[in-house]
Write a protein that binds this ligand. Structure first.
Ligand code: 1BN
Ligand code: ZN
Length: 354
C-alpha cells in the first residue's frame, strides 16, 4: 500500500501548516512582550493584579469511570455459553437477543440493522448489526465497534483438531463485544458528553481464507458502511478485535495507520501515559481485512483497529482454531483495552485528548 503521508502534496501542506504555526507563535510572543512592557510602565491598578490571573488557565478535570474487568470477562463467558455464534444458527439468534437486552438495560437507544448477504460458499446469511446510541441527538459522535459472530470453521493451519467445526470465538469476536458491553454500562451511568455509537457488527468472520477475496470478509461492516443510520457520520471509529489474550500486542496495523494515523497515535500515546505501553506497542504490522477496512473505504469514517498481532504478519496461535476459548481470556488485557477506550471517549468529550 503506498504511503499517503509521504507524497509530495501532503508534505507541502504539512510544511505550510508548520510555517503558519511558527508565524502565529512569533506574533503571540510579540503581543506578550508588548503587554508586559505596558503592564510594567502602567498605573497602580495594573501592578496590583495578582500574576496568577493572567498566566494560568485552569485545566478541566475529567472523571473517567473505572472499567470492571470481571464484568467484561462475564460478558465474554456468556456469549461463549450460547455455542459458536455462526450465522443462521440458533446460538447466533439467542446471543443476539441477549446482547440487545443488555444494551437496552444499559440505557442505550438500540436499533437492529438486518440484512441478507451472500457468502463465498453461495449460502445466504441472515445477519443483524446492532446499533446502540448514547446521546443520540449529539452531532459530534464517536464510533466504537466489534464483531459478534464467530467463525464457521477452524481452518487455521495451527489447528490440531477437526477443521470443519465452528470456533468458540472467545477472543476472536466475543472479547471485543465483552469490552464494549462493559463500556456501554458506564456510558449509561455517566453521560460521556459526546455522542457514542456502539455497533456490534455481524458476519465478519465468514470469509474465504487463503484466497484473494477480501470482500468475503466483514459482510456486516460492508452493509453498515453502505447504509449508515442516523444521518450523522461519527468523527472517527475504534474497532476492537481479539482484545482478550494474555500479553496481547496491539501493534500499529497498516490499514489503521494509512486511514487514521492521528487517531491511532493519540490513543497509543494515551495508553502509554496510562501505563499500558506494554500492550499498545509501536511496532508495525501488515494490513488486515478487518471490519475497519470497509468502514474506512466505504463509509469514509477514519477508523483504527485495536487487534492483537504479535508480529508483523501473524495472529495469536489460537486464532481460527478450536483453542479460541475462555482459557485464552486474560482479565488484565481486558482492563488495559477497556480503560484506554473509556478514557479516550471521556477525554475526547472534554477536549483533553492530545
Ligand atoms: C479478523 C479476525 N479477521 C478474521 N478474524 C479478519 C481477517 C481477514 C484476518 C482475512 C485475516 C485474513
Ligand atoms: Zn476470525
Amino acid at each position: 500500500m503506498p504511503n499517503k503521508l509521504l507524497n509530495p502534496a501532503s508534505s507541502t501542506i504539512l510544511a505550510n501548516n508548520m510555517t503558519r504555526l511558527k508565524i502565529t507563535r512569533r506574533l503571540g510572543s510579540c503581543c506578550l512582550l508588548l503587554w508586559l512592557l505596558v503592564a510594567a510602565c502602567g498605573s497602580e491598578e495594573t501592578t496590583t493584579q495578582p500574576a496568577a490571573t493572567v498566566t494560568e488557565v485552569p485545566k478541566k478535570v475529567v472523571k473517567i469511570p473505572v472499567f470492571n474487568r470481571d464484568s467484561a470477562y462475564q460478558y465474554i463467558a456468556k456469549q461463549v455459553s450460547f455455542g459458536p455464534r455462526v450465522m443462521n444458527t440458533e446460538a447466533h439468534e439467542r446471543n443476539l437477543e441477549w446482547m440487545v437486552r443488555k444494551l437496552e438495560a444499559f440505557g442505550a437507544e438500540v436499533s437492529r440493522q438486518e440484512f441478507v448477504a451472500r457468502a463465498y460458499t453461495g449460502e445466504d446469511l441472515r445477519g443483524t448489526n446492532v446499533i446502540a446510541r448514547y446521546e443520540p441527538n449529539a452531532t459530534d459522535r464517536i464510533l466504537l465497534c466489534a464483531h459478534w459472530d464467530s467463525r464457521h470453521i477452524a481452518d487455521s493451519e495451527k489447528n490440531t483438531g477437526r477443521t470443519d467445526v465452528a470456533v468458540d470465538g472467545a477472543d476472536d469476536g466475543a472479547s471485543g463485544v465483552g469490552v464494549l458491553l462493559e463500556i456501554a454500562r458506564h456510558l449509561g451511568e455517566v453521560p460521556p458528553g459526546i455522542g457514542v455509537d456502539i455497533v456490534m457488527l455481524d458476519a465478519e468472520d465468514y470469509g474465504e481464507s487463503g484466497a484473494d477475496n477480501p470482500e468475503s470478509w466483514g459482510l456486516g461492516a460492508q452493509y453498515y458502511s453502505r447504509n449508515l443510520p442516523g444521518g450523522v457520520k461519527p468523527r472517527y471509529g475504534i474497532l476492537l478485535d481479539m482484545v482478550g489474550a494474555k500479553n496481547a500486542r496491539f501493534t500499529v496495523e497498516e490499514v489503521s495507520e494509512y486511514f487514521a494515523p492521528e487517531i491511532r497515535q493519540k490513543i497509543w500515546r494515551l495508553a502509554k501515559r496510562m501505563g499500558y505501553g506494554n500492550y499498545f506497542v509501536e511496532d508495525e504490522s501488515r494490513a488486515v481485512t478487518d471490519d475497519h477496512f470497509f468502514i474506512n473505504r466505504i463509509a469514509q469514517i477514519p477508523t483504527i483497529d485495536i487487534i492483537n498481532r504479535p508480529t508483523a504478519t501473524t495472529f495469536v496461535d489460537h486464532w481460527h482454531t478450536d483453542r479460541d476459548n475462555m482459557d485464552n481470556i486474560d482479565k488484565r488485557t481486558l482492563r488495559a483495552v477497556g480503560q484506554v477506550v473509556l478514557a479516550t471517549v471521556y477525554r475526547e468529550a472534554a477536549g483533553s485528548l492530545r
